[in-house]
Design a binder for this molecule. Structure first.
Ligand SMILES: Nc1ncnc2c1ncn2[C@@H]1O[C@H](COP(=O)(O)OP(=O)(O)OP(=O)(O)O)[C@@H](O)[C@H]1O
Ligand SMILES: Cc1ncc(CO)c(N)n1
Length: 268
């Protein structure tokens, strides 16, 4: 069985972070493993508290997986601080992992910081050059490039700048765009651009969309798919999960990780 490791934060509410990643891996028939970087007290209303792990604890979780089980692909989500970032980078190099997906999580939907501002530099310096795929949303792409993104041309320019920082492929996600009809993502591999179209679904239940999308890319890469094919499946996966979003809690409910598989079965 193919194996994927997520290095990310725990979401007690179960919709984002490690929990979203493991559910997504499972739905896509990949064995999920985790290295927890921080524990968040979180629900559909927001993040109530963040408890970062000691960098050594993160390092040892990755080592335990790497020396024994191994991983076909790696995903990184919330990393919180520069010390954790630098230790994660060291372990990725040590195990020679190349199918590495970096979701540069910075701020939760309610505004809580999930990455310290002073750690952005470390993320760019240590992790972008080790990543096969980077999946920023628009605000994250703006922070990483220092440019304002208003339209498709800006997205293309930002994607080029991100590749100049060492990442091999980038998907700039459109969830935060003000387009009322569509939520389009753009993919760039250094040679050509692809626009991944989807209708914008009118729902408040979008907690964990970014985590779920990048975990699905990771799972498909673990199975050996080329990056663009993995991204296209992930787009279908997140679309189905949002369409079937769950009305749980009093705020932004989670997406339904089981929706994609259910849809496949119906088609058969
Ligand atoms: N309302 C929506 N309708 C359709 N697709 C959406 C919607 N919101 C987000 N998406 C899709 O979900 C994926 C994740 O995008 P988004 O920009 O929301 O990520 P994110 O901001 O990192 O998520 P998070 O809020 O979990 O951190 C993208 O493929 C995006 O196009
Ligand atoms: C733990 C965690 N990681 C990532 C996100 C971003 O959605 C979140 N809300 N919580």
């Amino acid at each position: 069985m193919r194996k994927a490791l997520t290095i990310a934060g725990s979401d007690s509410g179960g919709g984002a972070g490690i929990q979203a990643d493991i559910k997504t891996f499972q739905e896509l028939d990949v064995f999920g493993m985790s290295a927890i970087t921080a524990v968040t007290a979180q629900n559909t209303l927001g993040v109530q508290a963040v408890y970062p792990m000691a960098a050594e604890a993160v390092e040892n979780q990755i080592k335990s997986v790497g020396v024994d089980i191994g991983a076909d692909a790696i995903k990184m989500g919330m990393l919180f601080n520069a010390e954790i970032i630098s230790i994660v980078a060291k372990q990725i190099r040590r195990f020679n992992w190349s199918k590495v997906v970096l979701d540069p999580v910075m701020i939760a939907k309610g505004g809580a910081p999930l990455l310290q501002q002073e750690a952005v530099h470390a993320l760019k310096q240590f992790l972008l050059p080790l990543s096969a795929v980077l999946t920023p949303n628009i605000p994250e792409a703006q922070v990483l490039t220092g440019m304002t993104i208003r339209n498709l041309e800006d997205k293309k320019e930002a994607a080029k700048r991100l590749l100049d920082l060492g990442v091999k492929n980038v998907v700039i996600k459109g969830g935060h765009e003000e387009n009322p009809n569509e939520s389009n993502d753009i993919f760039y591999d250094g040679k050509s651009f692809s626009v991944l179209h989807s209708p914008r679904l009118l729902t408040k239940n979008t907690h964990g969309t970014g985590c779920t999308f990048s975990a699905a890319i990771t799972a498909e890469m673990a199975k050996g798919l080329p990056v663009l094919d993995a991204v296209l499946i992930a787009k279908e996966f997140i679309q189905a999960a949002i369409e079937d979003g769950l009305e749980l809690g009093k705020g932004h409910g989670p997406t339904n990780h089981g929706a994609y598989k259910k849809k496949q079965v119906q088609v058969l």
